[in-house]
Every structure is written in C-alpha cells, then in structure tokens.
Design a protein around this ligand. Sequence first.
Ligand code: COA
Length: 392
Amino acid sequence: MAKVAWRLGRCWCSSPPQVIGFPVVQLHMSRTAMGIGQKDFENAMNQVKLLKKDPGNEVKLKLYALYKQATEGPCNLPKPGVFDLINKAKWDAWNALGSLPKETARQNYVDLVSSLSPPSESSSQVEPGAYRKPPGYETLVVTSEDGITKIMLNRPTKKNAISSQMYQEIMLALKAASKDDSAITVLTGNGDYYSSGNDLSNFTDIPSGGVEEKAKNSALFLRDFVGCFIDFPKPLIAVVNGPAVGISVTLLGLFDAVYASDRATFHTPFSHLGQSPEGCSSYTFPKIMGSAKATEMLIFGKKLTAGEACAQGLVTEVFPDSTLQKEVWTRLKTYAKLPPNAMRVSKEIIRNTEKEKLHAVNAEECRVIQGRWLSDECMNAVMNFLSKKAKL
Ligand code: COA
C-alpha cells in the first residue's frame, strides 16, 4: 500500500534554528481511503508540499484534522494527557470536527489549501525608498534613514504575534541597531496591531528532554531577549500603532518614549493565561504608575485605553490614528538630528542607575515564569487557545 508521509517541522521551511518552533505533525495516508474528489485531494496535498512559507501552527492543525477526518472519519484515538502538548493539540483539532462527513472534510481540506496562496505580509507602512537592511529578516522589516533605524514587526496576519523566529530577529536587529550610525531606534508594528504578544503556538514544540527542558531553555532565552532591551544603548522609541498584548506591553517600561495611536490598547492577561509578568514590568510598572494601578494591569489583566495608559505614565503621548504616522515621524526626524553622542550619554546616565536592578528583576521574573509554564493553569489556557482556533 502506497503511503505518503508528510512532515511539518523544523526542516519544512527555511527558517533559522529556533528555540521554540513548529510542532512536528506527521501524516500517513492510505490512497485507498480516498474516493470522490481523489484528484483534487491529491493535488491539494502536493500543493501543501510546495508552499514556500510556513502557514503557521493553527493552519497546520486544521490541515491535519481535515486530513484525518477525510481519510479515517471521526477521531478514533484515545485523548492524550495534558502534558503531551503536541498530540493533545492534534487530537483536539481532529476531535473538534465531530461527525463531519469524509467528503466534506476532503472538500474543506482542498478549499483550505487553495486559500493558502500567501497573503502579502509586506509593509503597508514601509516608506518607499527606505533602505531595507540585510540580512533578510523574515518577520521584520528593518529600515534605516534620516538617522532613525525602524524595526517593524511584520506578521500582520497574525497580529504581529512574536514567534520564536521573531524573537531571534528582534534580538539581531537590536544588536545591529546598537552599532549602526543611526541616532535613535524605533519599534513599531505593521498592520492593525502593534503586537498580540507571545505567539502561543511557541508552546507546542517540545524537545526530546520534555516540557521541563523546554521551560528551562525558554526562560534562559527570555532572559537574553529582555536583556537586549535593558542594555540597548541609544534612545529606544515605541510607536504603538494599534492594540498591544502581553510582552509587547510589559517591555514598554524599558523604552525611552512611547507614542501611541488612540486606537491602541494595552493588555497583559497573564493571570488569565496562568502566567506571570515579564519584561521587568513587575518593577517598572509599579514605579511608573503606582502599585495599585500596576496590580490592576499585571494581576487582574485590566486592559487600558491609550488615554488611560498615557494618564498612568506608560505612554508618552497619544495621537489620532489618522495622523499618527505623519506627526510621530516628523517629530522623530527632528529628534534624530540632535547630537547622537549626547543622547547616548544621557541615556546611559539615566539607565545606569538601574541597570543592575533591572537585570536582577529580569532574572527573577524568568525564574518564576519558568515554573508557571509548567503549571496546569498555563497549559490548560494555552491548549484552550489552540483548540478554539482548531475548531474554527
Ligand atoms: N499567538 C498565536 N496566534 C495568534 C496570537 C498569539 N498571541 N495572536 C493572534 N494570533 C493569530 C490567530 O490565531 C489568528 O490566526 P489564524 O488566522 O491562523 O486563525 C490570527 O492571528 C488573527 O487573530 P484572530 O484571533 O483571528 O484576530 P482577532 O482580532 O479576533 O483577535 C487577538 C486578536 C489578539 C485578541 C486574539 O488573537 C488573541 O487573543 N490572541 C492571543 C493574545 C495573547 O493571549 N497573547 C499572549 C499574551 S501573554
């Protein structure tokens, strides 16, 4: 019996090595399982193999579920344990299809594959003529002109969720920006979101050492990532073009100025996700807004409007969404003409009094969150998110 094995994993796309990556989804197909629409179904499977861009874990789970339903019918496997994250996600996705007929599943599979011709993720806000820096970032657009290095998160179809690859690329871009000849560095998002925070599918790639090893590596990685923001030597500005969630909010306490669209919101639903604050926010937020307001955000997950975030000192200034880009960039271009060494030294004086403290806070937050990632509360919340998506 001919079998086709299709593997989605690290080797599937040309991404750089990742600390946290894609789940490995393996499909085995018996050709006799196919009947009506066999040719279309086969074509669709071939098309998937030719996709140049990874469609993301949620799509891969949907494909997996539809494939299983199309070839084997309703889910017939025992439910995996909660710690078996990958198989649990796959099981949830397949099980969510209930008694969907095989023919419908086959048709849905074909439709889904044909919708995967990659949507343009490029640069609605990339200014023409701006110099795009090598090396080719896949999740960022990095440009440098007028004394400003602009790092733009560029996964708009995923609300700029920070995948493992994006974490790596942000670190690379910050390291490059710290050494280039620009005076200031700006982080912003492409599309309607600034960022929806940590890509929750980062949780699904479990190494052979199991979830403990995964949590340990991820905590070390997070510590390095946040460390880059603590140590960044030039003025670092956030242009918050839309809603911000999770780590994209907590890091704002480490920026030197934060300009926001009046459409932006600021949300840190850590307790809802069974997690705990990172990005030094357990220290910077109480300092910026007082402990009572920080508690509402970091413990109770209260979402702030841009106006509220500005009133509490997290945001420097709010602009109408329609004029944000024009007003902010005009202002930043003026700031970027100031003597760069004076700005660098002034930042150093401000930051140095706290650097040691910030690194200690970062280390402690990473220690605590490592434990949280192993908790049932966290695992259940992540599985809920992933399985809700798989049911769509
Ligand atoms: N992790 C993984 N995927 C994410 C994501 C995240 N943090 N944020 C958005 N996405 C994906 C969605 O899964 C969806 O993918 P799909 O098109 O393959 O289905 C796509 O981005 C668009 O998001 P969607 O949920 O359809 O948009 P929305 O406008 O209805 O909701 C959010 C946007 C951000 C409110 C919602 O996606 C969300 O709650 N995300 C999780 C945010 C979060 O908890 N972050 C971690 C904080 S610690």
